[in-house]
Design a protein around this ligand. Structure first.
Ligand SMILES: C[S@@+](CC[C@H](N)C(=O)[O-])C[C@H]1O[C@@H](n2cnc3c(N)ncnc32)[C@H](O)[C@@H]1O
Length: 231
């Protein structure tokens, strides 16, 4: 853990990782304290979609140290909200600050499925700010039991035109997690060989697009686009 200098599409982003941030209930170190490789993959892939990001509203769920959200801001997103559990917000705020992105990036507590902490999403929705054009997530498909709450949050922050982009290491339980989201009505499209990072070093990682079940439209399907880098 330490300070990471990340180059995305020729631009440098500085990410401070946190030391010893533990869950107050379990005493375990919080996984979002450090940068996961999936967030590097997602950010590099996003750099190939800069046109789709420019001027858009973006939220990152389970942001950890916030690289994909900061990348979105660096690529010209109009508004970015980085969210995670309370203990990680201080680190996120520091990463926003050291990269000089405070004008367009805000940091918020958002625990998936929680009514209280999502009040700001609902109140934002009343002002036309509660739905985001792009939802980012990286390495959040870890616990099958958490997917119901994640689905609830996703349905709140997505509108009919929202794009949901996820970077993930592909582990045995990744598909179980995605299966839960499919049973909640989401469509899932897997891009196993993302554009720009297909040099072989990312074989165990994929980009997933989720299609939210908006306005009663239940998608509930899983599709793998073999060898395709774009969808
Ligand atoms: C494996 S870490 C990935 C962190 C970061 N996205 C990355 O790729 O570097 C998983 C993240 O999801 C967050 N997370 C897990 N469960 C959550 C929940 N129920 N509500 C909000 N965030 C959650 C964790 O706090 C952590 O930051």
């Amino acid at each position: 853990m330490g300070i990471r200098e990340i180059s995305i599409s020729g631009h440098k982003l500085t990410i401070h990782e946190l030391e010893d941030v533990c869950d107050s209930a379990t005493g375990r170190v919080l996984t979002g304290s450090w940068l996961w490789d999936s967030s590097l993959l997602l950010s590099q892939w996003m750099a190939t979609r800069a046109e789709d990001i420019r001027g858009k509203s973006v939220i990152e769920l389970g942001a950890g140290t916030g690289l994909p959200g900061l990348t979105a801001a660096m690529l010209g997103a109009g508004r970015v909200v980085l969210t995670d559990v309370e203990a990680l917000l201080r680190g996120l705020e520091r990463n926003v600050e050291v990269n000089g992105l405070g004008e367009r990036v805000e940091v918020r507590e958002l625990v998936w499925g929680s009514e209280e902490e999502e009040e700001w999403v609902s109140s934002g929705a009343r002002k036309g700010e509660g739905e985001f054009d792009i939802v980012l997530m990286s390495d959040v498909f870890l616990e099958v039991e958490a997917m119901g709450d994640l689905a609830k949050t996703l349905k709140r922050v997505c509108g009919s035109g929202s794009q949901v982009w996820c970077g993930s290491e592909v582990r045995q339980w990744t598909y179980e997690c995605l299966g839960q989201l499919v049973s909640e009505g989401f469509g899932v499209v897997e891009l196993p060989s993302p554009v720009g990072v297909s040099d072989g070093s990312w074989d165990l990682f994929s980009i997933f697009h989720l299609i939210p079940p908006i306005e009663g439209c239940h998608v509930g399907e899983y599709l793998v686009l073999e060898g395709l880098g774009d969808a």
